[in-house]
Ligand binder design. Structure first.
Ligand code: NDP
Length: 529
């Protein structure tokens, strides 16, 4: 009997969601903090009058404080050129934290007792000597044992200067002159190509050893990115099929709805490849494709990630146009509101050739991945804010149902949602209930929020905690940075020096899924365009 309610077509279109359940887990934050010790210490933030400090770093430290997740004591010293008193600095931070909307000020007055401010001139050795003296006094008063984290929340041009001065003033040395351990946190971007990244590393290494340098990639600190390794290597059912024999292609998408906002000064010199590919996308690619290390230890995991970059097949310059699509957003409508194009944004050159969108097809030349295309996409002013990894499995090799179903069977797809949907979705085929033989694609969803109501780490909270604990697992190694730039620098050089630079930059409407030229690839990894 014909199932009148369900034609073949609408059965195949209908997706059913099966909820994957996880047992309740409310673990106190102190028990989640990781492997290292939480020694008392001082965090010195250079560039403390700036945006990153007030929007990310101090709110992250305060949230940890609220959850009893910081060492005791933990002292924070803001250091920058602006003349501020301790109280002015505290008030400035309070008002920007309060503006976040969900501020909890219940412990703020207690927290600010640990916040201090010291004006510095970044290139004056005397200024660092004064800072060292100031820190020594705080050490004595608060018994922090001379342990220090120096966070470079300043424009990248200042990283070498501050690194050099910390060395010259003796603040980089560990275990001498009353110092305990000394660690340097370097924000992105780490160099703007292979040459500048090498130079920066050489300068920093003149004053700090590699174990003291923490090159941040806050993407790596996202729960969902870390989970990629757990998912792959703590389950026996996925790893055997995690290779060229079973996977047809992989897509990694980091789409933003926002435009360049107030960061034109930086973005006009960076563009999407430096801003998103060199760091975040490359790290996610490494997590998806790396081999399992023998132990879950920082050096071993970082080595495996770096090996992926070494195995990337260089893009063939003569065929680069096939493997790289660049775009720049024009005016359009986002959430019903008209928005300007990139060239109309404040601070952007009206003839700017900076790409705000890139889609790159890359291949990894090793036994596991040979021939599997990886579609890497990132762009601003796209239709949706969305970061995810799509693992598209191959179709079944032989369809024994073809007589009955007369159609191709959709292949399995695994989607690792990184942001804002933090979930894992596996799509597979089932028989649609009823007398007729017809297939129904079903998705099984696991959401991270399910059955977990305990405290969660935001990326910067995790990054700062790991640094205090001396755990470099989620940070770039010198080798990793160099290998990643080795792959991307020739691509950037080709894009930035070729004669047809303007013609290669495809315009797209704000609020769309990127330029038309990228559509055929976007269709493979985004369900919506
Ligand atoms: P800001 O531009 O706000 O600069 C931070 C501080 O550095 C300023 O308050 C200023 O302090 C000092 N400064 C700025 N320009 C100069 C200059 N030309 N010479 C000397 N000092 C200067 O930067 P952010 O706080 O936004 O970012 C800090 C770092 O973090 C940057 O490297 C950025 O790339 C990185 N980053 C930032 C993110 C963000 O969301 N803001 C996200 C990811 C990375 P003063 O004048 O008081 O010395």
């Amino acid at each position: 009997m014909k199932d009148s309610a369900m034609s073949d077509d609408n059965v195949r279109d209908q997706k059913t969601t099966v909820e994957a359940k996880a047992p309740p887990m409310d673990i106190p934050l102190q028990e989640c903090v990781g492997v290292g010790r939480l020694d008392p210490c001082t965090i010195v933030i250079f560039g403390a009058s700036g945006d990153l400090t007030s929007r990310k770093l101090v709110p992250a430290l305060y949230n940890l404080y609220l959850n009893d997740g910081l060492p005791k004591p933990l002292i924070i010293v803001g250091a920058s050129r602006t003349a501020l008193s301790h109280d002015e600095f505290r008030e400035k931070l309070k008002s920007s934290y309060s503006a976040t909307g969900n501020a909890d000020l219940s412990l703020w007055n207690e927290f600010v007792g640990n916040l201090f401010y010291k004006p510095v001139i970044y290139d004056s050795l005397d200024s660092y000597k004064e800072l060292a003296e100031f820190l020594r006094k705080l050490d004595q008063e608060h018994k922090v044992g001379g342990n220090r984290v120096f966070d470079l929340a300043v424009p990248p041009s200042l990283y070498p200067v501050i690194g050099e001065m910390l060395g010259k003033s003796g603040l980089a040395q560990e275990g001498e002159n009353g110092n305990g351990w000394s660690r340097l946190v370097v924000e992105k971007p780490f160099g703007r190509d292979l040459k500048t990244a090498k130079e920066l590393d050489e300068t920093l290494h003149r004053n700090f050893l590699e174990h003291q340098i923490f090159r941040i990639d806050h993407y790596l600190a996202k729960e969902t990115v870390q989970n990629i390794l757990m998912f792959r290597f703590a389950n026996s059912i996925f790893e055997p099929i995690w290779n060229r024999s079973y996977i047809g292609y992989v897509g990694i998408v980091a789409a933003e709805k926002l435009g360049v906002e107030m960061r034109a000064g930086y973005y006009e010199h960076a563009g999407v490849i430096r801003d998103m590919f060199q760091n975040h996308i490359m790290q996610v690619l490494a997590m998806i494709t790396m081999e399992p290390p023998s132990l879950f230890e920082a050096d071993l995991v970082r080595d495996e990630r770096a090996k992926v970059f070494r195995s990337l097949k260089p893009l063939d310059r003569s065929k680069q146009a096939d493997d790289l699509i660049l775009g720049q957003y024009g005016p359009g409508i986002i959430d019903g509101v008209e928005v300007p194009g990139y060239r109309g944004e404040p601070g952007v050159n009206a003839q700017s050739l900076i790409p705000t969108f890139a889609m790159m097809r890359v291949f990894i030349d090793n036994w596991r991945w040979r021939g599997v295309p990886f579609y890497l996409v990132s762009g601003k002013r796209l239709a949706k804010k969305m970061t995810r990894v799509v693992v598209q499995f191959r179709r079944v090799p032989h369809s024994m149902f073809r007589n009955v179903l007369g159609e191709e069977i959709l292949a399995n797809r695994l989607v690792l949602g990184i942001y804002p949907q933090e979930k894992i979705t596996l799509t597979f085929q089932t028989k649609h209930p009823g007398a007729r033989s017809c297939l129904r694609p079903v998705t099984m969803d696991f959401s991270y929020d399910q059955n977990y109501s305990g405290p969660k780490f935001e990326a910067y909270e995790k990054v700062l905690l790991d640094c205090i604990q001396g755990d470099q697992m989620l940070f770039w190694s010198d080798n990793g940075v160099r290998l990643s730039w080795s792959f991307l620098t020739p691509i950037l050089e080709e894009c930035e020096t070729c004669d047809d630079r303007g013609a290669r930059l495809h315009p797209y409407h704000s609020g769309s899924w990127g330029p038309d030229a990228a559509k055929r690839w976007m269709k493979l990894i985004i369900d919506e365009p």
